[in-house]
Design a protein around this ligand. Structure first.
Ligand SMILES: Nc1ncnc2c1ncn2[C@@H]1O[C@H](COP(=O)(O)OP(=O)(O)O)[C@@H](O)[C@H]1O
Ligand SMILES: [Mg+2]
Length: 242
């Protein structure tokens, strides 16, 4: 049974449509990579799945016992967030806010879970440090840990490796692959076509024309082929490659 179904979804702002008639389904254990140009509507799709904004038309349906309370979300980083003056541990613990409302106190169970999660993503030695003093890769691991505290049945990751150097990028991808292997369903927005083809079980391309299918078929599709060729060329010109 599908965990998430988007049916005839149209997305946009102020009456202007950005994404037209999107259809796809995500099953438990899937790893969906979401690709597309800047401004295509990828983050808007994630916010719509989270219920943070309504679709213009169409529906977002949940199944397999999954609801919005089971979604962990790593938002696209902004400059303001990078400067956040809180400790690593505080930010990780804030992942529980959706579960206990605005109550400022965390239960013993939540604190233990936060310790486990920080251990898992390699933050234990950094937990008292101030978030804004960390490297980009460390900051992204904090946000991943925060998402894991919120929920781990379905992880929505919006550009988790953007701005990271190749080594930190590889570490982040390994972490995400490990979480997926452990049973978490992953939906990840990325500009990294190579990583999408390597790690994902499915690809969703968002654009004037949308495409959904298996990575192996993406490169031979009319939508995927020109996009992938261009991105891979630009990636290798930058020396990033992957
Ligand atoms: N709050 C908003 N109000 C109006 N337009 C927006 C808003 N947020 C995003 N947009 C526009 O919607 C389009 C899609 O944005 P976004 O989903 O962030 O794209 P992506 O994540 O694919 O880069 C862009 O043209 C963007 O400028
Ligand atoms: Mg975005």
């Amino acid at each position: 049974m599908a965990q998430l179904i988007c049916r005839n979804l149209c997305l946009g702002y102020d009456g202007r449509e950005i994404v037209h008639n999107l259809n796809f389904a995500v099953n438990p254990g899937d790893y969906l990579a979401v690709l597309g140009e800047n401004g295509a509507g990828k983050s808007t799709l994630m916010r719509t799945v989270l219920g943070l904004r309504p679709p213009m038309s169409g529906e977002v349906l949940f199944g397999d016992g999954t609801g919005r309370a089971e979604i962990g979300y790593l938002p696209q980083q902004t400059a303001v967030q990078k400067d956040f003056p809180a400790s690593v541990r505080e930010i990780v613990l804030s992942g529980f806010e959706g579960q206990s409302g605005l109550r400022p106190f965390r239960t013993r169970e939540q604190k233990r879970t936060a310790e486990d999660v920080m251990e898992r993503v390699g933050l234990t030695g950094l937990k008292k440090r101030c978030y804004r003093e960390l490297s980009g890769g460390q900051q992204q691991r904090v946000l991943l840990a925060r998402a894991l505290c919120a929920a781990r049945k379905l992880l929505l990751l919006d550009e988790p490796v953007t701005g990271l150097d190749p080594r930190m990028t590889a570490e982040m991808y390994d972490l995400i692959a490990g979480l997926n292997a452990g049973g978490a369903t992953v939906i990840m927005i990325t500009h990294d076509v190579g990583a999408a083809l390597r790690y994902a079980s499915h690809v969703l391309h968002i654009g004037p024309e949308c495409w959904f299918g298996k990575p192996a078929d993406y490169l031979s599709s009319a939508v995927g082929r020109p996009f992938a060729e261009r991105m891979l060329r630009e990636g290798s010109l930058r020396g990033g490659g992957s």
